[in-house]
Write a protein that binds this ligand. Structure first.
Ligand code: BDR
Ligand code: CA
Length: 315
């Protein structure tokens, strides 16, 4: 049976690749996207979500537009450097013909999750403002969700937006705090594992031996993303942060997962947005999530490429 998912997203190069991977995966039924501020502003993340679905011939999938600002902190404006000013690198997609649904993402999530308790798994691959406010407005969703998979955090790894914090959590740490303490069954996919999933230029060239819009999209979208990694991290390629969340469904055997009590620093100091696990159990608090701490990264990348190759035959 397919796993029914909604993705809360801020596309975003690797967000766009996640949408394509979900559509290319027979184990997954992508039911909706909700959009968030994050890599770029909400106008563009919503536009990109719609445009990617149309590109993938999946415009029947609804998109609900979400929050433009984090709960407390000012808007993070650093995403352009990584994802390009459009949010999808050098890829050019036509203006989407359809628009988002009328409902705000917060209400859309509440309605969809409560309508079918135990059915929907939510994936958040951007800042978690929408979900935090949905929990505050209707706490019953915490029991109605089947599960939540979060791309976010850096547990043993350093950060990618500050020396200690990961981008999605740092962009709205207060939202992450609400979600982490909500009681929802969470699986966290932090930088510790996503940095082991590196799509290389050779991989992208290999995919582009197939003459197809999908292969070209992957190449064009990842151009500035790879440039950023080369400049700041010193390697030819880019990390597939957000797509790795889907491994929890399509290849769970690749992930090494432990249960821990994890929290986030919202005290506003030098480690603002830092996520940390109580490995030594000194807080005596019960585990509040599963955390991926290792992955067979190369195997995930191969799977990603295989799925993109299969998508070239459909689009
Ligand atoms: C996360 O930050 C964003 O730039 C990516 O889309 C991903 O969700 C990685 O830290
Ligand atoms: Ca993202």
């Amino acid at each position: 049976m397919k796993t029914r998912i909604i993705i809360d997203t801020d596309p975003g190069v690797d967000d766009a690749l996640t949408i394509l991977l979900a559509l290319a995966s027979p184990e997954i039924q992508l039911e909706a996207l909700t959009t968030a501020h994050g890599n770029i502003g909400i106008e563009k993340t919503t536009r990109n979500a719609l445009a990617v679905l149309e590109f993938a011939k999946a415009s029947h999938i609804p998109v609900a537009r979400g929050c433009s600002l984090p709960l407390v902190n000012p808007l993070n404006r650093s995403g352009d450097a990584v994802h390009g000013s459009s949010g999808i690198g050098k890829a050019v997609l036509p203006e989407p013909k359809s628009g988002p649904v009328e409902q705000h993402a917060i209400d859309y999530l509440i309605e969809r999750i409560l309508a079918e308790p135990g059915e929907i798994t939510l994936f958040t691959i951007g800042p978690m403002t929408n979900l935090a406010l949905a929990i505050c407005k209707e706490p019953r969703i915490t029991e109605a969700l089947k599960g939540l998979v979060i791309m976010g955090g850096a547990i043993r790894s350093g950060g990618n937006i500050t020396p200690q914090a990961e981008f999605n959590i740092h962009a709205d740490p207060h939202a992450a705090h609400v979600v982490f303490h909500s009681g929802i069954p969470i699986t966290l996919i932090p930088l510790d594992v996503t940095y082991k999933c590196l799509l290389t230029t050779a991989d992208v060239e290999r995919l582009n031996r197939i003459d197809s819009p999908v292969a070209r999209f992957v190449r064009d979208a990842t151009v500035p993303y790879m440039k950023f990694y080369k400049q700041y991290e010193g390697f030819e390629g880019c990390a597939l942060h957000d797509p790795l969340t889907l491994a929890t469904i399509i290849a769970p055997e690749l992930l090494t997962i432990e249960e821990h009590y994890v929290d986030v620093d919202i005290s506003g100091g030098i480690s603002a947005g830092k996520t940390f696990a109580d490995f030594m159990k000194v807080s005596k608090k019960p585990a509040n999530m599963k955390v991926a701490l290792d992955v067979r990264g190369r195997e995930f990348i191969e799977l990603f490429i295989e799925r993109m190759e299969s998508l070239t035959r459909e689009i």
